[in-house]
Design a protein around this ligand. Structure first.
Ligand SMILES: [Zn+2]
Ligand SMILES: [Zn+2]
Length: 449
């Protein structure tokens, strides 16, 4: 890449490297800057390390990297972030490729809206199902930015935990190395995609996982915002909004708000006094309380009328002391409501309304707290449906395994033969199970499996 050639190309308005467009602009699956580096090297049939050592470091014009490339690799863990190092890389890559939107592949836009000291995971994480799908659908293999963020532990597309142990070397690959190539282990270079049935069956069943999945989905919303032309609120705007939310949902009562979002009261006081912004997890907890997404919160698209309507009943209960002496029953109702809000947000499995009425020996919930009761009932129904679906999936899996077993033994795949081997033969009555049996039988008869 000589200087003369560079000048010629620049005069012609052409890039020195391929003008490779980033993958996933405007979507949850926006690519990371690290992945882009891997792909641009591949597009020119270079190893990632050769591209970094011979081209990128030269372009960055930082003497320290030239003398000691280790410094570059040492900083590469934060390349998808918002610091000076990221800035240097974006500028140089944009100049080489003439792509002018590479800052979308980092968290640059979020620099001033939340503080998160260890926002990136030091190890590589990936969704093996996503990778396998890229390969099957002949989409270029890349690494979404979302996978590198430490608080994201689930793939929001497949609702299963991200992988971090390489099936080849059995170790945790570091997030970046000289061998980096999207979709492959940074240690042993093994392909990391997989479409194993066991992998697909990993479902969200614990409370902890439910919250983590919610976090992953909200970070996905952040990715969409990050790779669009929309601009989030500035620091002061966000402070104002949080102030308003505390006022509307909790009548300005910090302790009450802290308990609604399950955070420390001291932290919430800091936000209210504008001393420090919430970290991203706290912002997500606020989203959960308001039933909005993180993109809406950060853009300030929180409808005041909706908020007022939704929390009016809470506000009405918050009469300032001294004005009206509350009746004892009102005070009991207040604390019961806080308790119910907490249960609604945190208890897993989500209880039914009937169960809570029995637990508190209070049979007036629907009339006294209509909105909250509706939310509690809806969450319980959703949970029961998901559990039912999960049970059916497991039974179908059992039947599929029995059928393959019978097939391998050369036995007849009859209803009786299957039922005899099932844990609970009564489950064979389920229409989904019967459909699985018929489908498998047909596929086997046509030699398709
Ligand atoms: Zn996935
Ligand atoms: Zn490996």
């Amino acid at each position: 890449m000589g200087e003369d050639k560079k000048t010629d190309l620049e005069i012609l308005g052409r890039s020195r490297l391929y003008n490779l467009p980033p993958i996933g602009i405007d979507s949850v699956n926006i690519e990371s800057l690290r992945s882009y580096i891997g792909r641009i090297a591949q597009a020119h049939s270079w190893k990632t390390s050769d591209f970094i050592n011979d081209i990128l470091i030269t372009e960055i014009k930082n003497i320290h990297y030239k003398d000691n490339p280790e410094i570059f690799y040492g900083r590469a863990g934060s390349i998808n972030g918002f610091g000076d190092f990221t800035e240097e890389c974006i500028k140089s890559l944009e100049s080489l490729t003439m792509c002018n939107n590479l800052s979308y592949l980092t968290l640059k836009k979020c620099k001033d809206i939340f503080h998160h000291p260890n926002i990136f995971h030091r190890y590589l994480r990936w969704c093996s199902s996503c990778l396998e799908e890229f390969r099957e659908r002949k989409i270029e293999i890349y690494e979404p930015l979302l996978w590198s963020i430490s608080i994201v532990e689930y793939c929001p597309n497949h609702r299963k935990p991200l992988n971090s142990i390489c099936p080849g070397c059995g170790k945790r690959p570091v997030s970046f190395s000289r061998k980096y190539s999207p979709g492959y282990c940074t240690r042993c270079e093994q392909w990391l995609g997989s479409d194993s049935e066991d992998d697909k069956k990993l479902c969200v069943t614990e409370m902890d996982s439910e919250w983590k999945l919610f976090v992953a989905e909200q970070m996905g919303e952040l990715m969409k915002l990050n790779s669009s032309d929309k601009l989030p609120l500035e620091k002061n705007g966000l402070f104002n909004l949080i102030h308003l939310i505390i006022k509307i949902t909790s009548g300005g009562n910090v302790s009450r708000f802290a308990s609604l979002i399950n955070r420390d009261r001291k932290r919430v006081t800091e936000w209210k006094l504008r001393r420090g912004l919430p970290n991203v997890e706290s912002l997500i907890a606020i989203c959960r309380l308001l039933e909005i997404n993180l993109q809406e919160l950060l853009l300030g698209n929180v409808n005041k009328t909706t908020l007022n309507k939704e929390y009016n009943h809470l506000l009405n209960l918050n009469i300032p002391p001294g004005q009206v002496q509350k009746k004892r029953s009102d005070q009991v109702n207040d604390s019961l409501e806080i308790e119910l809000e907490k249960i609604y947000l945190n208890e897993y499995p989500p209880p039914s309304l009937a169960e809570l009425q029995r637990r508190f020996n209070y049979y007036n919930m629907e009339r006294r707290f209509p909105e909250l009761s509706k939310k509690i009932a809806a969450k319980n129904t959703k949970y029961r449906r998901e559990q039912q679906k999960l049970r059916e999936e497991l039974i179908c899996k059992e039947v599929r395994e029995i059928i393959m077993h019978l097939h391998n033994l050369g036995e007849v795949i009859s209803e009786n033969n299957i039922k005899r081997r099932m844990d609970n033969p009564g489950n064979f009555r389920n229409p989904l199970v019967r459909a699985t049996w018929k489908k498998m039988k047909q596929l086997l008869e046509e030699n398709l499996i």
